[in-house]
Design a protein around this ligand. Structure first.
Ligand code: SF4
Length: 247
């Protein structure tokens, strides 16, 4: 059996992830993750911990989800204007660093312009970028995920929206009020080194969620890098990546 046939996809109809809000969310096999991702296996991938990791292992073992054809049919059957999250764990179709163009464009076509929140850590090879541009033209925009703001400045040159991990200083502390957080972070850089505005994801410091925000689902160029502050038990490791201390 080819690697492609081994890959599995699951579409949870209503996610219980509070940061997403109650929307459909998909999970894809770990083999879709790029070897280029610096978070994998280094304690920085949030999908490798907690309840998400248990479900992800089930998808990997074939105990949840199904093949790509089944997944595409499920996407086709989502309500017409339903916002959803592609890849709460796992990456775009295709093994490792590669985006499988045929599958990606089938998925984009099946989606029929539903707003979708998708990110990829796959590297910006010419083939991958061409696939992402074609997918966006079909109404399936994908954000390029940067490891830090310097990386974000490089990725944004490709004409696609970019998100980035931010150092832990951008995260709101558990006991910090919103006012305290805003006051403390006032001095932090608001722009990347090359001058693009940083927009910290509001779900990381307020009660909102992706269902209400939807900024990452836009196919228009945002002119801002959406930033996700390092947080949680592995925040030191993630923050080191965000600060460019890990290649
Ligand atoms: S910026 Fe908005 S859409 Fe993007 S991850 Fe944060 S809450 Fe979700």
């Amino acid at each position: 059996m080819s690697e492609r046939q081994h890959m599995r996809y699951s579409l949870t109809k209503i996610s219980r992830n509070v940061k997403l809000g109650p929307m459909p969310a998909s999970t894809s096999s770990r083999s879709t993750c790029p070897t280029a991702c610096p978070l994998v296996g280094k304690g920085g991938c949030y999908a490798e911990y907690g309840p998400m990791s248990i479900f992800w292992r089930k998808v990997d073992r074939g105990e949840a989800g199904g093949d790509f054809d089944t997944f595409v049919k499920e996407v086709e059957q989502l309500p017409r204007r339903q916002i959803w999250r592609y890849g709460q764990a796992g990456d775009l179709p295709g093994e490792g660093n590669t985006i499988d163009r045929e599958q990606m464009l089938r998925l984009a076509t099946a989606n029929r312009n539903r707003p979708v929140i998708a990110f990829t850590h796959k590297p910006p090879t010419e083939d991958n970028l061409e696939t992402l541009r074609q997918a966006r033209a079909l109404g399936f925009p994908v954000n390029l995920s940067a490891n830090n703001l310097d990386h974000a400045d490089e990725l944004i040159q490709h004409g696609l929206n970019v998100v980035a991990i931010l150092p832990e200083g951008y995260a709101r502390g558990a006991k910090e009020s919103l006012t305290e957080y805003r006051t403390r972070t006032k001095e932090l850089p608001k722009h990347s080194p090359a001058g693009t505005r940083i927009a910290v994801c509001p779900a990381t410091y307020t009660e909102t969620n992706c269902l209400h925000c939807g900024v990452c689902a836009t196919s228009q160029l945002r002119g801002a890098i959406v930033g996700f502050p390092a947080h949680g038990t592995k925040k030191k490791a993630v923050s080191a990546i965000a600060e460019g201390d890990v290649p």
